[in-house]
Design a binder for this molecule. Structure first.
Ligand code: GAR
Length: 208
């Protein structure tokens, strides 16, 4: 059984996609041990509550220093004894101590085709605003392992999505979620749970 911690900050539609795929049996041998949010008001926490999933809030503002928060975050993760940490719209920089302790066991969903429109400052709607400002015709989403950089880890899955005339950032965000994110994130978890994902020299191989 692959035990997940899903880290969230907002609406939690990616969390919902994972919950739904586990519920429907499309993903087997996977359970969500805990949903962790840095934001008390994240709707994602209500989604967890509704599905009877353990959920906690750990907020940097409640700690006297960033180091104290980082220590508490690592201790929180450790206390749930999880095998995979899933960043599903988690807007907190993952501390180096956590990356070291969970190397190769943290994945992130990003709403663009990395290496485009990623890195510092590119999150949520800002990504789609930048896509529209540049006028690219194709965008998409990426699931990748997390390393010390911002959106630099080995790429697991990517899917392209068309940009259409008249798109607003909100319309494009929704299309990228529907056509790419909500498919890719559960699929990456399924592949990892099935033992089909390996990384060599920074490149991911997926066994058929
Ligand atoms: C998603 O679009 C996710 O890809 C993005 O935040 C949104 C969270 O939505 N993550 C990033 O931008 C990370 N750099 P959700 O809370 O509805 O899943």
């Amino acid at each position: 059984m692959l035990k997940l911690a899903v880290c969230v900050s907002g609406g939690g539609t990616n969390l919902q996609a994972v919950i739904d795929r586990i519920g429907s049996g499309e993903i087997s041998d996977v359970s969500i041990s805990v949903v962790i949010s840095n934001n008390r008001n994240a709707y994602a926490l209500q989604r967890a509550e509704k599905h009877g999933i353990e959920h906690v809030c750990i907020c940097p503002k409640d700690y006297e220093s960033r180091d104290a928060f980082n220590d508490a975050f690592l201790a929180k993760l450790d206390s749930y004894d999880v095998n995979l940490v899933v960043l599903a719209g988690f807007l907190v920089v993952i501390p180096e101590s956590v990356i070291q302790a969970y190397r190769g066991r943290i994945i992130n969903i990003h709403p663009s085709l990395i290496p485009s429109f990623c890195g510092k400052g590119y999150y949520g709607l800002k990504v789609h605003e930048a896509v529209l400002a540049r006028g690219v015709k194709v965008t998409g989403a990426t699931v990748h392992f997390v390393d010390e950089g911002t959106d630099t880890g080995p790429i697991i899955l990517q899917r392209a999505v068309e940009v259409q005339e008249g798109d607003t950032p909100e319309i494009l965000q929704r299309r990228v979620m529907e056509q790419a994110e909500w498919v890719l994130l559960p699929e990456a978890i399924r592949l990892i749970a099935a033992g089909k994902v390996s990384v060599t020299d920074g490149h991911v191989k997926i066994r058929k």
